[in-house]
Design a protein around this ligand. Sequence first.
Ligand code: KG4
Ligand code: ZN
Length: 327
Amino acid sequence: MIILGIESSCDETAAALVTGDRQVLAHRLLGQEAAHAPFGGVVPEIAARAHVEALEPLIVAALADAGLKLADVDAIAATAGPGLIGGVMVGLVTGKALAHAAGKPLIAVNHLEGHALSPRLSDPDLEFPYLLLLVSGGHCQLLLVEGVGAYRRLATTIDDAAGEAFDKTAKLLGLGFPGGPAVERAAALGDPKAVPLPRPLKGSAEPHFSFAGLKSAVARVVGQYSPEDLAASFQAAVVDCLIDRTTKALRTSHGATALVVAGGVAANTAVRGALQALASAHGLRFVAPPLWLCTDNAAMIGWAGAERFAAGLTDPLDVAARPRWPL
Ligand code: KG4
Ligand code: ZN
């Protein structure tokens, strides 16, 4: 089984070819950082236009890399939301057009499902159910992944997502965009204990997240400490919150076979290290996809498509793009 995956929900345009037995035959990606950097964040209209320009050549290149033609593909999986609607529509309409022209089934993939199932692409031994910490630029959730299409949300953020907090903090510290990797680099040179910062919701009964107060606390002391110490202290506070909240969720995720992290913030070494330690303390396996599979890409969409296709789940060509789409 060969699936063409298409991703265009934020500021990465991507196409990939993935097989049902976990081979990534090709994956192509074009980031738009340079186009958005002058604005300090993703500009939806610029993103949509960039997807229009980039997507078709990326699909052609991915097929060529894999030595395949469209006719060789069994189904086409495109992100149908949630995300910036202009971009989502570019990818979904392209997927629909290719599916129609080639007479192939279409699979409309929830971007969050792409992240949620991505660890099963890199780790063939990862079985359901698993506790997933999904930490990206738009989302911060704890999910019990019980099967394909079976996601129980245990917690979410009541304000900012974790990646959003990294991006806003990077902006406050003048570290540029995208913020996560920049904060991580600066943090490596700073003292995580230098700046006293809050741990929002730490110890609270439900495992929800909150990061807006942490970002505001950084804003209040910018200039009083070095950017490196601020970055290190901020990152330590985020890690503390993620660990406290995940520990809470572990108490109710009975039967979980592993602790899994996915989404862009899973690329952060401090976050991965702390989760790894938490998993060992609970006698659980820890699974984190390789870095390229943590941030947005089309292989995870192709893989979610493969899992859905194997379960007999395809979609009609009039399926709608959805800016909001909870798992
Ligand atoms: O999953 P993703 O590529 O896109 C969304 O679906 O949101 O996640 C992007 C987010 C951004 O907020 C980015 O700053 C953050 O992931 N990120 C990181 C790191 N790399 C990316 N955050 C912290 N440390 C990193 N190394
Ligand atoms: Zn994402």
